[in-house]
Design a protein around this ligand. Structure first.
Ligand code: NIG
Ligand code: FE
Length: 389
């Protein structure tokens, strides 16, 4: 008996995302399987009949087990809502980045306790839906002290923390954008860098230009932060090219990608993160994930949970959208929501369930993970394991 071990057995379909298992596909899939965790890590996986003894055992009764979802892009720390904006969009109004300032106003007015409480609730909802690793960004105060405060809250609820002082240019800098860019890349970055692992810039129409984004991201890189880019959501904005040029870990949205971008992405270490919740909520057309995958690009899926464009806390819902609207197969979508998300965060310890990986897993209520797309509207999560169990 392995001390402190936990065996999940009678698993109908086990997705390990470790190609050395099972059918040797990227999904590393086993049937009638078992997996053993010890001290928060996977120590064994294989046929149920060959499972080792363990201190504790869970009979999965033929249901599927998948790696915990890795949500590599969220904006969980905010106050207020944008229901009126959503309702107006439902009546035909297009998305405009101006709404971000409504959330900034509400967030600035909220106490840190209130912000932390709301962010915790959103994080709990994500976990209930199977997300075991979550990235959280700042970006809704846009002042030196405010962004710092948001990062402090983010550190409590997120596994990865991203500084997004360059979300939009606040109106008080409208006539002097350069001053805001200097502030973000200077004083704000100095105050925020110790609290974040990553820096992100919204490089798009209505936000920051490629030149402004490059300036900020280069300063962030000098301070040791990893880079991520909100790119090509509203336009063919040059964000993808910039992300690849700077060696960013991911470029997110990718709603408008040209053939040159596709080639650059395929030849790079930069992950293309698709956020179908944003297209869903804004009523925009979905980009083709198929086109990215066929070109050899590594794709991740994330919720983009935020009050303006994607008030979504369910990775299974994101998977369902990606399958139906972006041309991913259920297997590709599952991989993108797990190992793809881990790649986007440059994490090798999560997003898979091979030996040595963290024991972050989700026991589903369905016999195969493809049911997440097939039966949308419910998360089908029976139990979440995130290392503590
Ligand atoms: O990822 N695109 C930029 N930021 C968010 C939207 C934020 C907002 O509208 O509040 C996004 O979609
Ligand atoms: Fe976002």
């Amino acid at each position: 008996v392995i001390v402190g071990s936990h065996l999940l057995t009678n698993i109908g379909e086990l997705t390990t995302n470790d190609p050395t298992f099972g059918d040797y596909s990227a999904l590393g899939r086993l049937h009638d399987a078992a997996i053993c965790f010890e001290d928060g890590y996977v120590v064994w996986a294989g046929p149920a009949g060959a499972a080792p003894a363990a201190d504790e055992a869970t009979d999965c009764a033929g249901a599927a087990v998948v790696p915990g979802f890795v949500d590599s892009h969220t904006h969980l720390v905010f106050a207020g809502d944008r229901l009126a904006e959503f309702t107006a969009r439902a009546a035909g109004q297009p998305y405009d980045t101006g709404g971000i300032m409504d959330t900034v106003t509400a967030t600035r007015a909220a106490s840190s306790t209130e912000l932390a409480e709301q962010a915790r609730r959103r994080r709990a909802a994500l976990r209930r839906s199977g997300a075991t690793t979550v990235e959280v960004k700042s970006g809704y105060e846009l002042t030196v002290e405010g962004e710092r405060r948001l990062l402090e809250v983010a550190a409590h609820v997120g596994d990865e923390v991203t500084f997004l002082g360059a979300h939009v240019v606040p109106p008080d800098y409208a006539t002097d954008r350069e001053a805001y860019v200097e502030l973000v890349a200077g004083e704000m970055l100095e105050a925020c860098a110790p609290l974040a692992g990553w820096a992100d810039v919204f490089c798009d129409r209505g936000a920051f230009t490629v030149g402004e984004a490059r300036f900020i991201l280069e300063r962030a890189r000098e301070r040791g932060l990893g880079l991520r880019v909100h790119g090509n959501q509203r336009d063919d904005s040059g964000g993808v090219e910039l992300a690849v040029e700077l060696g960013a870990a991911s470029v997110d949205h990718c709603s408008h990608v040209n053939d040159g971008d596709l080639e650059m992405l395929a030849a790079s270490m930069t992950v293309a993160t698709l956020l179908p919740g944003a297209e869903f909520s804004t009523g925009s057309s979905y980009p083709s994930g198929r086109r990215l995958l066929d070109a050899g690009v590594t794709v991740a899926l994330a919720t983009d949970c935020n009050p303006g464009t994607s008030y979504v806390t369910s990775m299974p819902f994101v998977i369902a959208l990606a399958v139906r609207e972006m041309g991913l197969s259920p297997d590709e979508a599952l991989w993108a929501a797990t190992r793809g998300g881990a790649r986007a965060l440059r994490r090798n310890d999560v997003g898979w369930l091979g030996v040595g990986a963290r024991a972050h897993a989700v026991l589903l209520e369905v016999p195969a993970a493809a049911h997440l797309a097939y039966q949308p509207g419910s998360d089908h999560v029976a139990r979440v394991f995130d290392g503590a169990s």
